[in-house]
Design a protein around this ligand. Structure first.
Ligand SMILES: [Zn+2]
Ligand SMILES: [Zn+2]
Length: 254
C-alpha cells in the first residue's frame, strides 16, 4: 500500500506540479527517503512490539473497552479510525506546543519544499513516541487487528496525499476538503509564518481543525508565493539525514 500510494502521488506531482521546487529533488528525496530507511530499521531493531501485535494480544485476552462491549468488527474498525485520527490530531497539537516535542517535530517542518516525501519525514524519536502513544490507545480502546491495519493504511496514505505537490482544481479541493485534509489545506501548516505553522493539524479527517478552531483556509501570501519550511533551518545541508537527526539538539540562530 505504501509503495503503491507513493508511486501514484509521485506521478501526480511529476505530471501536474502545484509549485516549483526550490531545492533539487535529488537532495531532498535521497535524504528524506534515507531518513525513512533509518527510522524503519531502528524501529524494527529496537521496538519489540508494534500496534498490530498489541491489538492481537488484547483481542486474544478479551481486554480493552470495545472488546468488553462486544462491538461488531465493522463498528470496531469505524470507531478506531475516527478516534485514532482525533488522537493523532491531539498528538500533533502537543508536538507543536510542548517545547521539547516541538524540537523533534521541527525535522518535519524544516523541509524547504513540500512533496510526497515530506509526508514520511519524521525524526526517529517522534516515531517511537507516537508508537508508544498509539499502542496505549489501541490497548485501552480494544482496537481490533483490522482496526489497526485499516487505520495505519489510511493515515499513511493521507500523509502522502496531503503532502503531495500535485495540482487539484479549486472545485475538487473544496469538495474533498469538507471531509479530508487536502494538499492545499496541509500546505498552510508548512508555511514559515507562525500563525500558519500552528494551524491545520489534521492528518486524515478535516473536521477536527474546524471543530477546535485551528483551521486556516489559505496561506496569506498565496500558495505560489508562500515560503515553506522553518526560518531557523534554511541552509541546504540541513536537508541531509545526519543534520536532520541532530536538529532537535541544536539551537541555531534565527
Ligand atoms: Zn506540524
Ligand atoms: Zn506536514
Amino acid at each position: 500500500m505504501f509503495v503503491g500510494v507513493f508511486i501514484v502521488c509521485a506521478m501526480w506531482e511529476f505530471y501536474a506540479p502545484r509549485r516549483a521546487l526550490s531545492l533539487t529533488r535529488w537532495l531532498r528525496w535521497t535524504n528524506n527517503l534515507g531518513l525513512v530507511g533509518f527510522n524503519t530499521l531502528s524501529v524494527m531493531l529496537f521496538m519489540p512490539l508494534v500496534a498490530v501485535d498489541v491489538a492481537m494480544l488484547i483481542e486474544q485476552s478479551n481486554l480493552g473497552l470495545m472488546h468488553w462491549l462486544g462491538l461488531p468488527l465493522w463498528l470496531n474498525i469505524f470507531i478506531a479510525v475516527v478516534i485514532l485520527d482525533l488522537a493523532i490530531y491531539g498528538q500533533h497539537v502537543l508536538f507543536h506546543f510542548v517545547p521539547w516535542l516541538w524540537r523533534l517535530h521541527r525535522v518535519h517542518h524544516a523541509d524547504q519544499d513540500i512533496d510526497v516525501t515530506t509526508g514520511v519525514r519524521f525524526h526517529v524519536l517522534e516515531i517511537v513516541l507516537s508508537l508508544f502513544y498509539k499502542i496505549t490507545l489501541v490497548a485501552v480502546l480494544g482496537v481490533s487487528v483490522w482496526g489497526v491495519i485499516v487505520f495505519e493504511i489510511l493515515l499513511n496514505a493521507s500523509a502522502m496525499f496531503n503532502h503531495s505537490n500535485g495540482r487539484l482544481s479549486n472545485s475538487w479541493d473544496a469538495a474533498l476538503r469538507r471531509y479530508i485534509v487536502t494538499p492545499d489545506m496541509h500546505r498552510v501548516h508548512h508555511s514559515t509564518r507562525p500563525q500558519e505553522t500552528h494551524s491545520n493539524f489534521g492528518f486524515c479527517l478535516s473536521i477536527w481543525d474546524r471543530f477546535f478552531h485551528t483551521y486556516v483556509a489559505q496561506p496569506k501570501c498565496g500558495h505560489q508565493d508562500m515560503q515553506i519550511g522553518l526560518p531557523i533551518f534554511r541552509v541546504p545541508r540541513e536537508q541531509r539525514v545526519d543534520y536532520m537527526l541532530t536538529q532537535p539538539f541544536r539551537r541555531p540562530k534565527g
